[in-house]
Every structure is written in C-alpha cells, then in structure tokens.
Design a protein around this ligand. Structure first.
Ligand SMILES: Nc1ncnc2c1ncn2[C@@H]1O[C@H](COP(=O)(O)OP(=O)(O)OP(=O)(O)O)[C@@H](O)[C@H]1O
Length: 604
C-alpha cells in the first residue's frame, strides 16, 4: 500500500513558518452507517479552504489539509471546489449493496428476500440470485460464486431504485427503449413508482427516500390521458454553482418553475410544483361541483378505507386523529393523520414533503376526500369489530374537505414515555447519560436538517419526538412549522408554553433559535431525573432562566455548559444546531473513552 503523505503536519509547518493562524472545522458526516463519510475544512487566518471528505474524521482532516496546501502552493483551489460536490458523494464501489438493501428494507418496512438458485452452465452449475423487495421481484443476476451473484443482484436493485437503470433495461431479455420516453421512464423508476405509488430514492444519498413527483405526474397523465413535457427555462450561476430552472407543461398548460442543482433535481422540483397546483385545483373543482349540484348527493368512495385497513387509533392532536393502518396491497403498516382541510394545512404538507431525513418522520403522500374517518374510542381495543365502530362520514358542512397525510409509522412510545420511564428508575445512572447523549445528538441532527431547509419547527417537545424501527429518533408533528424568512412577521405564542422561548411568547419577530431554546430544555429533561410533577414544576422556571440544581451542574459539567448556552435569553447567544451537533459528538467520544478506561481500571 502506498504511504499517505502527512499533509496535516506539512500544513502545520507551513502555517508556523508563515505565522498564519490555522484551525480545522468539522463539518459533519453524511450517508448511511455502512457508508458514512466525514467532512472537515481548514481555516487559515479566517479564510475557508475547500473541504476534505474521508471515511474517518482523520481522513477528512488529512484531505482538508491537502486541499488547503494545493490552494496555497499550487493555486488549484478552483478545481477543488468544482470537485467538492463529487467528492462528498460516497464512491459506488465502496458501497456494500447487500447492507444498503437491508437498510432500505428496514426504513421502508419492506421484507428483503434473496432467492438463490443455480442454472446449468457450460461446465458446471452457475449461481444466480434475485431479490424480492416487498412483493416486487427484481431481475436475477449470475456470479462466479453464490456470494458474488447475491452482491450483483443487490447492486442491480440499488441501481434500479436509484434510477441508474430501469427495471426494463435491467431485465435480461429486454432491449433498451429509446428517445424521450425512455429517458423519462428511467427518471421515474416507473415500475417501483406504480407499485408503491411514490417511493424512490435520491440517487445522491441512498439513505434518503424521496417522493417521486415525476412518477406521480406520469401516473396522473396516463390516467387523464394527457401529455406532459419539461420546458427548459434557464441556467444560472457559475460552473461550480449551477442552478437549473425547469417547468412542466401539461396539455399546453404551464406550471410554476422549479429549480435545482442538477437537471434532474430541477425537473423533480417542477413536477412537485405542478403536483401541488393539480391537488389544489382538484379540491377546488370538487367543491365547485358540490356547490353546482346543490348538494353532496353521491356517496364518495373513501380512498382511505379502499387502500388501507385501519388497525388502531393512535391518538388525537389539534389537527385531527392519527391511525395505524395497513396498506391492503403492499401489506405495509403506516400512520395516517386525518383532519379537516384548511388552506394552511396544505402549506404544512408542502413543507413536510420537502424533508427527507433519518431523524424526521417520513412523509409519503397526502390526499383529500369529502369524507372523514371516525373511530369510536370506547371500542378501539376490540380489533375485530372496528368496522362497526369506525366509519367514513361527511361533515355537516358539505364544503368541508378532509385531509389525509400518510406517514411512516413510528413506535408507540414517544420521548415523553422514555423520559417518564427513566424517571421511575431508582438511580441516576451512567447508562441514562449515555443514551441521552445519543438521543440528543439525533434530535440535533434532525433540527440541523430542518434549519438547513430554512424551516422552524416551533413545537419541539418530547411528545413530538418519536422513535423508528431501529430506535432512531424521529421528529414529528410539523403542524406549526414555518419558514425562517428574515422579515416575516410571526404569530405570537404558537407552540407549547412549557418549551417555548421567551421571544416566541411575546414577539412578532423570532427565528430558528426558538428551536434551540426548546432543545436546551429537552436535553435537560433527558439527563435529569425529575421524579414528580411538583418537583418538575418547582425547578422548571429556574432551568428556563439558566439556573440548574447544584448536583446537576456538578455531575453534568459539559452537558450543563451546552444546555446553558442553548437557554441563553438572547437568541443570538444561542449556538446553532451544527455547532451543538459538533460539540455533542466530541463530548460523546470523550465520555465513551473515559468510561472505557474507568472500566479497564476496574478490571485490572
Ligand atoms: N407517524 C406516527 N407514528 C406513530 N404515532 C404517531 C405518528 N404521528 C403521530 N402519532 C401519535 O398520534 C398522536 C397524535 O399525534 P398528533 O401529531 O396529531 O398530535 P399531538 O402531537 O399529540 O398534538 P398536537 O398536534 O396538538 O401538538 C400522538 O400520540 C402521536 O404520538
């Protein structure tokens, strides 16, 4: 193996020689666990140098140092910035496709089943493998060994799901299509889209599953027998920061322009814009039709009960009820939120459809119906009789529409339950501290992502934080989400008073830092045992003003420092999510090392 040059030492030397102030900034990690990449950048005398990406933090630092040296000594900064986007994407050859596929199955609650066979070859039997993902079978592939066939088959599924190949082009017996249509089909991952309606994967990041709006438009146009084309509007920006603009034309009607960093992203965004306009239009048409008919005479078929089997009433919030359901065809369980439709609720769904992150409850789709859904709570424990007690119903006002939001199903216990359980335990132990640090890190990752998309959650609290199948944190309830535009006037006192920042209670101008204040309180609650409500009521006002129980400050010195900064009265003094994430990551590492050495000492 070739030895790697120690660029970090070299850059240090360079900085010392030239009396420059050198530091590194950790920029976070990206990608699923099996294929994580880390990023760091060098900052020299306040100037940022191109980020370095690597499979470990150390590699990333080395790469960052190398990049800075190339800028400083060879003047090659431009090339590096242009390549930065590529470098941050994990190389496909590094991906363990079987592992990726298993994670994909877990995330989407699809069973993954390899089907291994042999087929006669010229000399001996050749191993073949294909995968069943949910109820869809992917094409079979051969390999020199059974393992190789399995890996190749998993890679094929990866390619198809990522839109690198269509199922048609991947099929052994199929010849390639040509022209515009085949190009569109490969973007749409058409086969998958028609089975699951809207699941595809962002080709850049296999950990994120996005709604395929081009697929939905394709579906819609086939159903309505209309044609669509993407219109190339313009391209802006410098070569390293290109912005593409596309819009959709459906039967000569033009829809709003969508933009993106690639043509594909811009087309998806245009399809998303068109999809929302179509939804709004169809709701308006239905309303006009009802008004025209004088009354809502025809009973409407409920898409909800047609597609899903309601299994359980999970709870009720301000917007409506949430049900655990099973998709009748896919046999996958989801959560569906049902409430009365208001213009504003559609805006919220629009925001939600923009968020795809491991630590955020995954949104699948939404639709509107004339009928709502009622579950008689008295009998909800009686599964067999749900039909007689749960029913679709129309509202008293015939103009009322109901909005259904299909989401990922999370575990029943929320973070509130987790905290309550921990508070029942007798001792304040180090296991709670360790778990709390993991949970806090995941919450802050989700919040960092929400903020990066220019949204403010505004209602972060333990009941709105749920857990996924692997116990990972899932931030939910985006009922109060709003955009973080600088000059927007805000509604005063939206959210839950207990976790609300001072400025959110009283001021019309506040920003994303209100979420950081709530995070401070949640971190405190994660760590500190509060046995009774009265104990909590006694210390809570103090904690909100950065006054902590003495024992807390002694036991959790580092955590207290982070929480203290999050609870700063002035929003500008609160750190942003990425800074807290970095601090927590660093502290977690130190804490684990300290714990390991303590354990070692005990055994010696
Ligand atoms: N995706 C989901 N998976 C599982 N349970 C869910 C899901 N979304 C919501 N729930 C549960 O459904 C219940 C109602 O949730 P919802 O988000 O509507 O309201 P809430 O958070 O209780 O109140 P509000 O919206 O008024 O703040 C809660 O108990 C919540 O834990």
């Amino acid at each position: 193996m070739m030895a790697t040059k120690n660029y970090v030492a070299e850059l240090n030397e360079y900085a010392q020689r030239n009396r420059l102030k050198l530091k590194y900034e950790y920029l976070g990690s990206d990608g699923p666990d099996h294929n994580k990449v880390f990023s760091q950048k060098a900052i020299i005398d306040g100037k940022d140098y191109p980020k370095g990406v690597g499979k470990t933090k150390k590699d990333a630092k080395l790469k960052a140092a190398e990049n800075a040296l190339r800028c400083l000594l060879d003047g090659k900064c431009q090339d590096l910035t242009e390549n930065a986007a590529e470098a941050s994407t994990p190389a496909e050859t590094d991906i363990n496709f079987i592992c990726w596929l298993n994670e994909y199955g877990q995330r989407n609650r699809l069973t993954i089943k390899p089907m291994e066979t042999t087929r006669p070859g010229p000399n001996n039997a050749i191993p073949w493998c294909s995968f069943m993902v949910g109820d869809k079978e992917y094409p079979a592939v051969s390999g020199k060994t059974a393992r190789e066939a399995k890996e190749e088959a998993a890679k094929l599924v990866y390619d198809i799901i990522n839109g690198n190949k269509t199922t048609d082009t991947a099929d052994e017996n199929h010849s390639d299509g040509s022209g515009q249509q085949s190009e569109d089909l490969s973007e749409n991952v058409f086969d998958l889209c028609t089975t699951t309606k809207n699941l595809t994967v962002n080709s850049k990041d296999p950990s994120l599953v996005e709604t395929n709006y081009i697929g939905l438009i394709n579906d819609y146009c086939q159903r309505e027998n209309c044609s669509y084309t993407f219109v190339d509007e313009k391209i802006c920006g410098t070569p390293d920061k290109r912005q593409f603009f596309y819009k959709l034309r459906i039967n000569n009607k033009q829809y709003p322009v969508g933009k993106g960093k690639s043509i594909k992203e811009a087309k998806q965004s245009a399809a998303r814009q068109a999809w929302f306009v179509l939804q709004e239009q169809s709701s308006k048409d239905a309303k006009d039709k009802n008004v025209g008919n004088g009354q809502n005479e025809m009973p409407t078929v409920s898409r909800f009960t047609l597609e899903f089997e309601p299994l359980e009433h999970l709870g009720k919030g301000a917007f409506g009820s949430v049900y655990k359901v099973r998709h009748k065809q896919l046999k996958i369980e989801y959560a569906v939120k049902v409430g009365c439709y208001k213009e504003k609720s559609l805006r919220e769904v629009r925001t939600l459809s923009d968020l795809f992150h491991r630590n955020i409850v995954r949104y699948y789709t939404f639709w509107m119906q004339d009928t709502g859904y009622e579950w008689d709570l008295r009998d909800s424990y009686d599964r067999d009789s749900y039909d007689s007690y749960a029913s679709s119903h129309t509202a008293d006002n015939p103009e009322t529409k109901f909005l259904y939001i299909q989401m990922e199903l999370c575990a029943k216990n929320t973070l509130r339950d987790w905290i309550d359980e921990k508070n029942k335990e007798s001792e304040q132990d180090s296991k709670r501290r360790e778990e709390s640090l993991r949970i806090a890190q995941e919450i802050v990752c989700g919040v960092e992502y929400i903020h990066s998309k220019n949204h403010i959650h505004r209602d972060l609290k333990p009941v709105n934080i749920m857990f996924g199948v692997e116990g990972e944190v899932k931030i939910g309830d985006f009922g109060l989400v709003t955009s973080d535009d600088d000059d927007e006037e805000r509604t005063v006192c939206k959210g839950t008073l207990y976790y609300m920042a001072h400025e959110q209670k009283t001021e019309r101008k506040y920003d994303r830092k209100v979420d950081m204040f709530a995070l401070g309180l949640i971190f405190f609650e994660l760590l500190w045992k509060l046995s009774t409500y009265s104990e909590r009521a006694k210390i809570w006002p103090g904690v909100r003003r950065q006054m902590f129980p003495e024992e807390f400050s002694v036991t959790f010195t580092k955590e207290k420092q982070i929480i203290n900064s999050l609870l700063s009265e002035k929003p500008e003094d609160r750190p942003d999510a990425s800074a807290v994430k970095a601090e927590l990551e660093e502290w977690t590492q130190i804490f684990s090392t300290q714990k390991a050495s303590r354990q070692e000492n005990q055994t010696v």
